[in-house]
Design a protein around this ligand. Structure first.
Ligand code: NAD
Ligand code: GLY
Length: 362
């Protein structure tokens, strides 16, 4: 078992641990009861995860809500279902919601926890690689709106993130790669995260490729910890996304547009992110922001993990651009891009040139 403490600077109250280990879910409540005074729990999960791990959390004081599976259900309608269930089982203010699942379940349950009776305790038990390295940490909780992704949400930190690496055993290849996309993202932004420690994460990913692909638990635990520590470092400096935190969305301006124009159905979030990262590297090379050597090293790393880098259809340029404009990283109608600057370093810049922005998409 290992631990990282996320300590949000603005409010000590927001300090919480991420506890990692193999098999932790078997004794989940031994950990949970240390971080909440809840008498009753509502576990929010989905129809895929429930049969795999739901029984591990069954207890007299635990109620379950099993939602349909998929990003298309990350909506206000589903949020209402969580609130309805919380009311039905009479969840009180001191009680807690537990998210058991991937990022979709985590984001929606966190938002429900933030608004139900103006906020009740929230516990994350992330079961996908993407959720373990990214979405369960940092307190961004949201649902989508037809006009754009994560348009309705809040910053609401969990009381505890309980990460059981053995849940990754049941994840299929596609979802594992989806998580690897966000993992690789941290390698490209590491220096700008300004963490206390230098991990040389790009080298770590190159060196340990075989073990990572084989899902070796020890190496995965290390990898998850590095990602969470990099993310915590950024969140600790900028919880409310006023500046630095934008770097966590490296590749995401393109990715969110890809997800939107394909109705959140064709690509997983991580697949859209790996395509988006390739697009932004192409963009950076075109504007001479990075060397050809670094460009090649970065694209090789994305390819090493078998991540997809190209759309397999020709998008309508205007539709794509409009989708980019509906991203939350818009300021004064300008698109703010996270652009590679040098090895493992990025910069945040407003970009005006529509033609240049779109050149990279094909
Ligand atoms: P997901 O939640 O849809 O999970 C992917 C699939 O894996 C689903 O079918 C799910 O049922 C299944 N699954 C989950 N755990 C499993 C397991 N252990 N074994 C087998 N199958 C399992 O997708 P995701 O990739 O985890 O998360 C994507 C979401 O996260 C997006 O909505 C994205 O916007 C959000 N996100 C949020 C943040 C944040 O900071 N809040 C960061 C990154 C992404
Ligand atoms: N995933 C982006 C963020 O947490 O800010």
């Amino acid at each position: 078992m290992d631990k990282t403490i996320v300590k949000i600077k603005s409010t000590n109250e927001s300090s919480y641990p991420i506890i990692y280990g193999e098999g932790l879910i078997n004794n989940a409540f031994d950990f949970i009861k240390q971080y909440t005074k809840a008498n009753k729990f509502l576990v929010v999960t989905n129809e895929t995860v429930m049969p795999l791990y739901g029984s591990k959390l069954k207890k007299d004081n635990v109620e379950f809500l099993i939602l349909p599976d998929g990003e298309v259900y990350k909506t206000m309608q589903t949020l209402n279902k969580i609130i309805d269930k919380a009311l039905e089982v009479k969840l009180e203010r001191k009680d807690a919601i537990i998210a058991l699942g991937g990022g979709v379940i985590g984001d929606m349950s966190g938002f429900a926890s933030a608004v139900y009776q103006r906020g009740i305790d929230f516990i994350q038990i992330p079961t996908t690689l993407l959720a373990q390295v990214d979405s369960s940490v940092g307190g961004k909780v949201a649902v989508n709106h037809p006009s754009g992704k994560n348009m309705i949400g809040a910053f609401y930190q969990p009381k505890l993130v309980l990460t059981d690496t053995s849940t990754l055993n049941t994840l299929d290849e596609r979802q594992f790669k989806t998580g690897m996309s966000e993992v690789v993202k941290y390698a490209f932004i590491e220096k700008t995260c300004n963490a206390n420690q230098i991990y040389n994460f790009m080298d770590f990913l190159k060196k340990n490729k075989e073990l990572i692909i084989l899902k070796d638990h020890q190496i995965l635990a290390k990898l998850i910890k590095i990602c969470c520590e990099l993310k915590s470092a950024v969140v600790n400096q900028d919880e409310k996304d006023k500046g630095l935190r934008a770097i966590l969305n490296f590749g995401h301006t393109y990715a969110h547009a890809i997800e939107k124009i394909t109705d959140y159905k064709k690509y997983t979030h991580g697949e859209a992110v790996s395509i988006g990262m390739k697009m932004i590297f192409d963009f950076a090379l075109k504007i001479n922001s990075i060397s050809k050597e670094y460009y090649k090293e970065a694209i090789d790393l994305i390819n090493d993990y078998g991540l997809i880098t190209r759309l397999d259809f020709m998008p309508d340029e205007n539709a794509f651009y409009n989708a980019m404009l509906s991203d939350k990283k818009i300021e004064n109608s300008q698109i703010k891009l996270i652009i590679p600057k040098s090895r493992q370093e990025v910069k945040i810049e407003a970009v005006f040139d529509k033609k240049l922005l779109l050149e990279g998409i094909l």
